[in-house]
Each structure stands twice: as C-alpha cells, then as structure tokens.
Ligand binder design. Structure first.
Ligand SMILES: [Zn+2]
Length: 299
C-alpha cells in the first residue's frame, strides 16, 4: 500500500509532465473510482488545466487553474501512469537515443489495453494520464478550494513539515490511549505513515508497538520523532518500497519500482534475527494489520 514516500515519488515524477497541461478528453471506465457519477466527473475535468501537483499525507493533489482541487488516493493498489503518444519521437534533454530507450521501457510496463485501467485522461500535449487499480479501492474527486481546505484541516500533522516537532508528537501521544503502532497509522494524528514505515520507525526508536501511546513519554517521543523523519526521508530518497511479490505492487508513474525494501530492518522479517540484538523478529496482528517488532530491544 503506497505511503508517504511512494506518493511523494509519484508526485515528483508526475509534476513536470502534468504542470500546465489541460485535460482534453476524459473516460471514467469504472464508476467507483470517482465520487459522484462518472459523467459528472468527466464533465468537471474536461477542459481543466493542471497548475500544480503536490501531496498531502497519502493524497495526491492536482490544483486546477480555476482554483478547484482534483485529489486522488491510491489506497491498496492504485497507480497513476503517464504515457506519451505512441510512436511520437520527441528528443529529450538526454538526446534522442535516451528518449527512445525510455519509451520502449514504458511500452512494456504500460499496456493501453490493461484491464485494470479505470480512468483515462487525454492531455493537450498528446500524452495520456491513466488511473490503474487492480482492486479498485482507489478514488478521486474534484472539489472547490474551500472544500479542500476543510478536508485538509481534518488531517494530521505532515511528518516532513516544520510543524512536526518532537513536542507536537509528544503532546498528541499523551492524549491517546491506543497502542502506539495504531496511533501512528491514524491519519488524523500524523498524515502519511502506513504499516511499513510505522513499524520501521518504532524499531529504530526501540519502542514496543504494543505500548500505549500515552505511556511513551517525552524522551521516547523525541527518539520516535527522529526515527519517523529519518525513515521517511531515506525512503523518499530510495523512491519508496516495492516488495515485488505481485504485479499489484508499488511502481511509480513511469513503471519503475522503489528500492527501500533493501533497507527494511523489521518489516516482513518474522523469525529472522534482529539487526540490533539478534532476537528473532516477531509478527503480531494489531487492528487487522501485521506488526513486526523485536521483543528483545523494543520496550
Ligand atoms: Zn532487537
């Protein structure tokens, strides 16, 4: 499931391709990927000019020139893809050879007849933006600037922003009776963390995922804050995590997987020795999600 680093990677890839582009035709093929009816969404998006592409928590945010906001959420298996028009040879900044190689790779990764393409948007430069989703849990909507501001206000702290301080984290932890792992997944407290980076941050901070949030205390909260920021920054640098188990796995909008999976310390390592104290990593289920932790050095 894409978390902050994966969504951030997609945003960075999409931004230069979508900025300033206008949607000339829209085809919503699966009704439940849009809020409201497909017809209404197609009407709302056709003619819209994308001014900027950004991220809030795990949401992708396309700001439109008329002030409206086109948001999308990938949920489990959603993907955005951009393809240039087939056969088009536009020399890129690296010369013609590089561009041709790139488009061949994209042709393999992005089949236009893919049965999981749920919505297709043709852009004014001849490229195509598609929303692909195997499990069809992802969704999108176009809302007014005011509606978006209201929705954003209900979201938690952005962990890579200046507002996310050790003190802000400690205050929120102190107000929650839930296990700290479940606290970290609550998007109204901190926006963008999911299962993988929550368990990695807890391992780095040496905090048991079962500990009550309000018993974490200030000293551990400072360590947890550092761990969250570090693991997210490193994962963004490695373009996210792709576990590579199925075709539903995370890839960016160019079809390229991330590489942070090579740096995971506890996630998906049940029974393997802890890299700090050699105790076998344990897997438990919390809130219907797998938690991995070291019972030896996470307190
Ligand atoms: Zn350990």
């Amino acid at each position: 499931m894409p978390e902050l680093p994966e969504v951030e990677t997609i945003v960075r890839r999409l931004a230069p391709r979508l900025r300033g582009r206008t949607v000339v035709r829209a085809d919503v093929r699966r009704a439940n990927v849009v809020r409201g009816t497909p017809q209404r969404f197609e009407r709302a998006v056709t003619g819209a000019r994308i001014e900027s592409v950004s991220r809030r928590g795990k949401f992708l945010v396309f700001r439109l020139a008329d002030g409206r906001v086109w948001w999308s959420h990938l949920r489990m298996t959603g993907q955005w893809r951009v393809e240039r028009e087939r056969g088009r040879t536009r020399p890129g900044p690296h010369g013609r050879g590089g561009r041709v190689r790139e488009s061949r790779r994209m042709d393999v990764a992005h089949r236009p007849d893919d049965p999981y393409v749920r919505a297709v948007f043709e852009l004014d430069d001849g490229s195509t933006l598609s929303f692909v989703d195997v499990r069809t849990l992802g969704e999108m909507e176009i809302v007014s600037a005011r509606q978006w501001t209201r929705r954003e206000a209900a979201m938690g702290l952005e962990p890579l922003s200046p507002e996310f301080t050790p003190q802000a984290l400690a205050e929120r932890l102190a107000a929650s009776r839930r296990p700290v792992k479940e606290f970290l997944l609550d998007q109204t407290r901190i926006a963008g963390l999911g299962n993988i980076y929550a368990v990695e941050a807890l391992w780095r901070a040496g905090i048991s995922p079962r500990r009550r949030a309000r018993s974490v205390g200030v000293r551990r909260a400072v360590r947890l804050h550092r761990a969250i920021v570090d693991v997210l920054r490193q994962a963004v640098e490695k373009a996210g995590t792709s576990l590579g188990e199925t075709s539903q796995d995370y890839v960016d909008s160019e079809g390229v997987p991330g590489s942070f999976q090579e740096f995971l310390d506890v996630y998906d390592r049940e029974g393997e020795p802890c890299r700090r104290c050699r105790t076998p990593i344990r897997r438990i289920v919390q809130g219907q999600r797998s938690t991995y932790y070291c019972p030896g050095c996470q307190r």
